[in-house]
Ligand binder design. Structure first.
Ligand code: FES
Length: 517
């Protein structure tokens, strides 16, 4: 493990992903508190979605500014496993059933178009981002999964995807049935994203880092956003931040999840050359990547809702799974990243349902952020430029699907409602400060007050108000990432209380323990 190493690529976590190794992020522009420009487009969030959208709009003649609350690629883009697929977490049989076969064909076209866009950018800007076309295997391990696999094969073919039966699965794991998707891919997400930022800057775009937007208004056809004293104005506003800030319908339509990834050195050369996926719940995914001359097995899985299960256990389970199937020499990297599962399976891309026609969002990508983030750039670009978009209706954030995903929607809301009530009003076990181990955090009751308490390696204790500043749920400590995670809508805070992941826009309040009487 080399998670203590300093790296100029930063992430919303105390762990370091394989992508951060040896990489310097591009320089941002200096902030100008008195910037009087009315930009054509304000893009909030410099992950893959925001970066790609900014570049495309700037090239289309719009004056854009990309505004990042932390540093470029700080969120999920720096922690993805960077698969490029034209099949998705919402399978084609599920899309057929919930949206119809025409929708499946459109989703398939969207996947192919996103891949073409990535590949065109790589060629146009000569980006050295390890882009490789790969075969991808999906395999079953029991009769029930094999039945599902047969349905996936049929519906995927029907949607126009190149897929067929296979007699191998790409990994040393026994299987029942397998299918092979052609023309899939992988790349290095930060090398790619950073190169797009450079292209955006060369085209005249501006990039601000450490500019966390905490307030936004829309008056006289102009958006104004604030970050402390810095104020920026624009005719259009895009939230490429997963969930837009504030309490809104997207918080209820998307459930936050964390996925866990290991970068593993093997004792032999059994590194997968293809992409592979099993069909367990949650599924495991496998690929390999060469970083600074060393090949790593990239193994992911053990996903769970943010702030619910134990991240340490997820890493342990993943490592045990790796050791069962591979000859592990060393687990060199381990990290996790956040993604959002949409209520009805498809992402929400387009006009903000509670905003105006000049406010846009892109979220609910499930585990397919590289593809849907790129497709979002295409869709939002077309909407802003006034072009016809064949995808706009299907992915509209205002769509109402009373049947598709309805039960999940109810379940997610029930879960959120439970946390609203239970976290605020139930009595928690009272812990004494001395029982907290170094490097750990706990919610405790201290003199009738609920506190989020963290003890650092030197034994120093810090305390925060554990009430999430978004909608009042109680945060939970994430031992692996050293963060406070909210179980309701996935807001995350550093051990100092600083917002790491929206939708909260305000930090947790810090307490001085000596003043608590
Ligand atoms: Fe919504 Fe915390 S993220 S209450």
């Amino acid at each position: 493990m080399n998670n203590d190493k300093k790296n100029t690529s930063e992430r919303d976590s105390s762990t370091i992903s394989v992508w951060q190794e040896g990489l310097e992020r591009p320089a941002a522009n200096p902030g100008q508190p008195a910037d009087q420009t009315i930009y054509d487009v304000l893009i909030v969030g410099a992950g893959l979605t925001g970066i790609t959208t900014a570049l495309m709009l700037q090239h289309a003649g719009k004056q854009c500014i990309l505004i990042e609350g932390n540093t470029i690629g700080y969120g999920t883009t720096g922690g993805t496993s960077a698969h490029l697929n034209t099949f998705f977490d919402a399978t084609y049989p599920e899309i057929d059933q919930d949206f119809g076969t025409d929708a499946s064909r459109l989703v398939a076209e969207g996947g192919k178009e996103a891949f073409s866009l990535i590949s065109a950018f790589v060629n146009k800007y000569n980006i050295d981002c390890d882009l490789e076309y790969k075969d991808a295997y999906l395999f079953s391990e029991n009769e029930k999964e094999s039945k599902q696999l047969a349905d996936i094969l049929k519906a995927s073919k029907n949607a126009g995807i190149a897929v067929d039966e296979a007699n191998e699965n790409g990994v040393p794991i026994s299987f029942d049935q397998a299918i092979l998707f052609k023309d899939q891919g992988q790349f290095h997400p930060l090398k790619y994203g950073y190169a797009l930022v450079e292209a955006f800057k060369s085209a005249g775009g501006k990039v601000l880092e450490n500019t966390f937007i905490d307030k936004a208004t829309y008056e006289d056809d102009v958006h104004t956003v604030w970050s402390g004293d810095t104020l920026l104005k624009g005719k259009n506003l895009i939230y490429a931040t997963h969930i837009p800030p504030g309490i809104n319908i997207l918080s209820l339509r998307c459930a936050p999840y964390r996925s866990y990834v290991l970068g593993i050195k093997l004792k032999d050369e059994a590194y997968p050359d293809a992409l592979s996926y099993d069909m367990q719940e949650p599924y495991h995914y496998f690929r390999s990547h060469v970083i600074e001359g060393q090949r790593y097995l990239i193994l992911g899985g053990e996903d769970h809702k943010t702030g619910h299960d134990d991240p340490e256990m997820a890493f342990n389970n993943l490592e045990a799974y790796a050791r069962k199937h591979f000859k592990v020499d060393a687990v060199t990297y381990k990290w996790s990243a956040q993604y959002y599962v949409p209520a009805d399976g498809l992402p929400y891309i387009g006009i903000h349902p509670q905003g105006n026609e000049h406010t846009f969002i892109a979220t609910g990508f499930n585990g397919n952020g590289m593809m849907f983030g790129t497709l979002s750039a295409k869709i939002i670009c077309d909407l802003i430029l006034g072009n016809e978009s064949k995808y706009a209706k299907l992915f509209s954030p205002s769509r109402i699907k009373p049947i598709a995903g309805f039960m999940d929607f109810v379940k997610e809301n029930a879960d959120v409602a439970y946390h609203f009530v239970a976290d605020r009003f139930s009595a928690k076990e009272i812990e004494s400060l001395t029982e907290i181990k170094a490097g750990e955090g706990q919610i405790i009751e201290y003199k009738d007050q609920k506190l989020a308490v963290y003890k650092d390696s030197s034994g120093k204790i810090s305390a925060l108000d554990p009430v999430c500043t978004h909608a009042g749920c109680i945060v939970k400590f994430n031992t692996s990432e050293k963060s406070w995670d909210c179980p309701c809508h996935g807001g995350r805070f550093s051990i100092d209380g600083k917002v790491l992941n929206g939708p909260p826009t305000q930090d947790l309040k810090a307490y001085d323990l000596t003043t608590l009487k």
